[in-house]
Design a protein around this ligand. Structure first.
Ligand SMILES: Nc1ncnc2c1ncn2[C@@H]1O[C@H](COP(=O)(O)OP(=O)(O)OP(=O)(O)O)[C@@H](O)[C@H]1O
Length: 574
């Protein structure tokens, strides 16, 4: 299916509004041209009647003029109202559609994209698509129907004049737009790409400002931004030049049509083939009819920007998700035992498997730790358990049921995750906590935060749980954020816990406090903990040592500390 057919499919729910917008735009245009043509007819007819002293009915033309003027004004207002309403609705629906396409791709397929690029696609590319409806679809349909109507009307009086008008309309409305479209292909695509690059560089520059300053690279980045801005200005200038040429081209065609009708019509007037008011009417109708095709060259030029934006969006939406959802998901098992059987996992573009021949059985409530050097496959295992990726071979069973048979959403409902990085949304602490339990009462939030040992700190904040955190709110330290994550996990009350180095990078005192909170959280829950902290490892039922994706050794911490490789891994030999 072509990009435009796909776009049209997306706009299908708004067909009613689109067609209404089209009809009103058509009525407005016809009213405008009628006003011009009938006025010319009326003035000339009055002049002729005055000079010859004959009587004429001026009520009907005066009525048509008044009706056209009202229809034109009212139509323009209604057209704006309806087309903008439809556009805004479509934009909202397109954003939701695009977000829905992204969801199954996250995080596996999206890691190849820069966050600025994604942001740019969600915002600017979706915005660019609204041009398809307002600037491309409606003007083209209106020009086509109205153009045929004006030519037929002229043919009713004079076939020769109609032919000339038709030729000039085709030249100005089809050939000129095709020519400008060709001219605009490269600049249109370049404009979208440069805008996206500039947005990405701006986001990079803002988010990484501290690093740029520390590395002394701020000036280089500023120069890069400046270079992109200059390139954008140059692209826009090239693009605007094409617009200018085409606008001039349409005006030229309109005036050529006026003069051609007069030039061909005057001999006809002398022969009595046509009356003076009719010639005046047809001449101004020819001039006015170019209003129908005036938006076409820009519409065709716009087509490239719209298509480039649509392609960027569709290319992402068409990516195959890393995990295929089962067509009929199995019901969730009642118990949450976990079995990992001969698990192999290979990232699509990697040389070595990230996990190989991993076997593990965890009965409900059992606690297992994973230790391994960087790159040994610990996070990959979590990604498979969370169904962010699918195993290359082998299986993970939850309560005896393969994850492949379960819906990702139900699997994730059973899991609470606490990692080194806790993302706090730019909203209140309460709302950040309620992500895990949307209906939790304030008392329930407080209870969870007391166990997570963060309640006392929250109580010192001026607005307590209503305090804003995140980018524009109160600064939250790494330790505090992780305690909020523990409170979230408690509120979620999931039976399976995945803890990814939750105490990493914290001072001894904060780590101790966090460990107490974690022990409360782990009570009665099946847990896999990635850590290198001896205190945490000593409290686990079993420790697995991963090396290059394979389980190298396993046992309790007490058993493993006799192994020099294990103690070296924990940094205890230094
Ligand atoms: N998205 C990816 N695509 C390709 N290879 C990847 C991807 N993510 C990780 N890898 C590779 O898979 C292997 C295991 O990575 P993983 O992140 O699971 O290790 P890890 O033990 O969690 O490391 P760390 O302790 O540094 O977080 C590494 O060799 C890594 O380079």
């Amino acid at each position: 299916m072509t990009d435009f057919m796909r776009l049209w499919q997306l706009f299908r729910p708004y067909r009613g509004l689109i067609i209404t917008g089209f009809i009103i735009a058509l009525i407005t245009l016809v009213a405008n041209v009628t006003l011009l043509a009938i006025s010319a007819w009326f003035i000339t007819a009055m002049a002729v009647a005055g000079s010859t002293g004959s009587a004429m009915n001026y009520f009907t033309p005066a009525g048509i003029i008044r009706a056209s003027a009202i229809a034109r004004t009212g139509g323009r207002y209604l057209e704006r109202l309806i087309t903008h309403d439809a556009t805004l609705r479509q934009l909202a629906a397109l954003r939701v559609w695009f977000y829905q396409q992204l969801e199954p791709l996250a995080p596996a397929r999206l890691q190849a994209f820069h966050s600025g690029d994604l942001l740019s696609r969600i915002r600017a590319d979706v915005d660019a698509l609204d041009q398809f409806y307002v600037r491309v679809l409606i003007p083209t349909a209106v020009a086509f129907i109205a153009g045929i109507g004006f030519v037929l009307f002229t043919a009713w009086y004079q076939i020769q004049l109609a032919l000339v008008l038709a030729l000039l309309l085709i030249s100005g409305g089809v050939l000129l737009p095709m020519f400008t479209r060709r001219l605009a292909i490269i600049p249109g695509q370049r404009l979208v790409t440069t805008e996206a690059a500039l947005r990405q560089a701006t986001i990079d520059g803002t988010q990484g400002l501290a690093e740029l300053l520390v590395c002394g690279a701020a000036d280089t980045h500023a120069a890069y931004l400046n270079q992109l801005s200059q390139q954008l200005i140059a692209d826009q200038r090239r693009y605007s030049r094409i617009h200018g040429i085409t606008h001039g081209g349409v005006s030229l065609h309109a005036h050529l049509a006026l003069w051609a009708v007069l030039w061909l019509g005057l001999p006809m007037l002398q022969n009595g083939q046509i009356l003076p008011p009719q010639l005046a009417m047809l001449a101004l109708l020819a001039l006015g009819s170019f209003e129908a095709i005036a938006p076409l060259p820009s519409a065709f030029a716009q087509l490239e920007t719209t298509r480039a934006a649509a392609r960027r969006l569709f290319s992402l939406a068409d990516l195959a998700p890393a995990v295929i959802e089962p067509t009929t998901p199995a019901p969730l098992p009642a118990t949450v035992s976990l079995q990992i059987q001969q698990l192999y996992f290979h990232y699509p573009d990697a040389d070595q498997p990230a996990l190989a021949d991993v076997n593990l059985t965890l009965s409900p409530g059992q606690h297992v730790a994973i230790v391994g050097a960087t790159g040994s496959g610990k996070t990959s295992l979590f990604n498979l358990l969370l169904k962010f990726w699918s195993p290359t071979s082998g299986a993970i069973l939850l309560g005896g049921q393969s994850l492949a048979e379960l819906a990702s959403e139900s699997v994730r409902q059973q899991i609470a995750l606490v990692s080194q990085q806790t993302y706090l949304f730019n909203t209140t602490i309460a709302e950040n906590l309620r992500l895990a339990a949307p209906n939790a009462t304030l008392a329930e939030l407080e209870d969870a935060c007391k166990i997570a040992q963060i309640h006392d700190w929250i109580a010192t904040l001026p607005d307590g749980y209503a305090t804003w955190v995140g980018e524009t709110g109160v600064r939250v330290s790494g330790g505090q954020a992780r305690r909020i994550a523990i409170a979230r996990a408690l509120l979620k009350n999931a039976p399976l816990l995945l803890l990814d180095e939750p105490t990493e990078g914290l001072d001894a005192e904060t780590e101790r406090a966090l460990m107490l909170a974690l022990q409360q959280l782990m009570r009665g829950r099946t847990t896999i903990l990635i850590t290198h902290r001896p205190v945490a490892l000593a409290a686990m039922d079993e420790v697995l040592v991963l090396e290059h994706g394979r389980i190298k050794t396993r046992g309790t911490h007490a058993e493993l500390v006799r192994d020099v490789n294990y103690t070296r891994l924990l940094g205890l030999n230094d």
